[in-house]
Design a protein. Sequence first.
Length: 210
Amino acid sequence: MHDDLTLPDTSDESLLRAAFATDESSLALLETTLGADQPRQRVLALRGLARRDAITPILWLSALHDSDVDVRREVLTLIAQSSPDDDLLPLVRAALADDDALVVDAAAFALGEFVDEGAVEELCRVAASHEDARCRESAIAALGAIGDDRARAVIIGALDDKPPVRRRAIVALANYEGPDIEAALERASEDRDWQVRAAVSQLGREADED
């Protein structure tokens, strides 16, 4: 049984202080807190370690397999803001199969930020068939950022999805050229959603300005 006086202080305030500190004891506190029972404490520890650029590949790996969805979402958000080792990318791709939609959303965003061509097939699967529209939208956005020709048909197909996905598909198609793209944009210019029509119009204005 531990004496409470001997336990490290893992309050929110102490973890926030540790994130901005530079000494080894505060770094150790953050690392130790990654094993805390409370997900919020693990999230704060991850943020602190990321701020101090002290998350090792092993810690990334452990956090990506955390049992709590909030921690998994947080680590993917942090990865998207970092410059991870290429060995970490397959683990981010694997998160596209997570049971939680917002984890999938965060993984797709990260892969788009990295312009990860190795994720195109998995992203196409999410964009074409995930049951949550948020995930399909994020996957379309990532595919647009990557610009790989393998995603062309899936992005065009997204023009038959829900309005937010259709709007995202218009933006994604800006990175593609060809008769099929022009035909898709022409069809979308008559979409029943005014924001979709506006997105097509905006692409036309940008083209005129070039």
